[in-house]
Design a protein around this ligand. Structure first.
Ligand code: NAP
Length: 281
């Protein structure tokens, strides 16, 4: 079997054109949607992510404000900026790029963002709403994965979904969204005994560990959907995922590539969340 590819760039293009239409409607009413992005420090990876997010906003007609601060910015100064943006009527979404420098408590900063502007969906109120089945914002990466499954009309209801990775920003919300869509969900973490035992039983396998080649071809059920969230560098410095792509694509029914899979979808769903915030406003 050779897997069909779920093309995150193609799907993103389609979804972003709907976002642009919705942004135009709001703008015509004098309510252009706005996103503020805060970056502290000069991590090259974070700078690339932030640049891509700002560019994506521009492309769909979302007003964006980019605030870049030196790594020495104090926690109190950052909290004051978040507070000011909470009260800025032109801003509907606030994103603080993670990770923050070690002297700043990320949890405290995320909790300072007004929950109705928390377009990343990381605020504890939003995590709670998601957990109880009434999400305000769905975290962008797992939301994008759900859109990918929807794009292939995958029957999630009743399927066995295995999520490898249990972080607050990917694995846990992913498991919750799959559960709410009717899947039977297994969540694996670094302590899981015999990972392959679980992955081989997955109809839907979502991998988000940051560990290159953690899933090999013999760990995939024939015909399964394999979604690779990971972003790593191979020995040649090229971007790659968590899944050993070639051998897994021989066994899977569907697979997402890296790059060109979940990555662009994450940014797309940030735009969707910003539009939803602006429409609610
Ligand atoms: P994270 O916070 O480091 O969490 C990693 C998770 O993987 C943890 O739950 C960890 O288990 C689990 N894990 C580690 N080794 C494992 C193993 N051998 N077997 C099973 N589980 C294992 O990472 P994250 O923020 O969720 O990100 C994961 C990956 O996704 C990274 O490569 C990141 O760059 C990428 N990512 C991509 C996007 C995108 O848009 N494409 C967005 C976000 C993240 P424990 O809980 O036991 O530690």
């Amino acid at each position: 079997m050779t897997a069909k590819i779920i093309d995150g760039n193609l799907l993103s293009k389609e979804l972003r054109s709907h976002v642009a239409e919705r942004a135009a409607v709001l703008t015509s009413k004098g309510q252009q949607p706005g996103l503020a992005v805060i970056l502290v420090g000069d991590s090259p990876a974070s700078q690339v992510y932030v640049r891509n997010k700002i560019k994506a906003c521009e492309d769909v007609g979302i007003h964006s404000v980019f605030e870049k601060y030196d790594a020495k910015l104090t926690e109190a100064e950052l909290l004051a900026r978040v507070e000011a943006l909470n009260h800025d009527p032109r801003i509907h979404g606030i994103l603080v790029q993670l990770p923050l420098p070690p002297h700043i408590d990320s949890f405290k900063v995320i909790e300072a963002i007004a929950a109705e502007k928390d377009v990343d969906g990381f605020h504890v109120n939003n995590a709670g709403l998601l957990m109880t089945g009434q999400p305000l914002f769905r975290p962008c990466t797992p939301y994008g994965v759900m859109k990918m499954l929807e794009s292939i009309n995958y029957p999630v209801r009743g399927a066995h979904a295995v999520v490898v990775g249990a972080s607050n920003i990917v694995g846990k919300p992913q498991a919750m969204l799959l559960l709410q869509a009717g899947a039977t969900v297994t969540i694996c973490n670094s302590k899981t005994r015999d990972l392959g035992h679980h992955t081989r039983d997955a109809d839907i396998l979502v991998v988000a560990t940051g560990k290159r080649n953690i899933v090999t071809g013999d760990m995939v059920k024939p015909g399964a959907v394999v979604i690779d969230v990971g972003m790593n560098r191979d020995d040649a410095g090229k971007l790659c995922g968590d899944v050993d792509y070639g051998p897994c694509a021989e066994v899977a029914g569907w697979i997402t590539p890296v790059p060109g899979g979940v990555g662009p979808m994450t940014i797309t769903m940030l735009l969707v969340n910003t539009i939803e915030a602006a429409e609610r406003h």
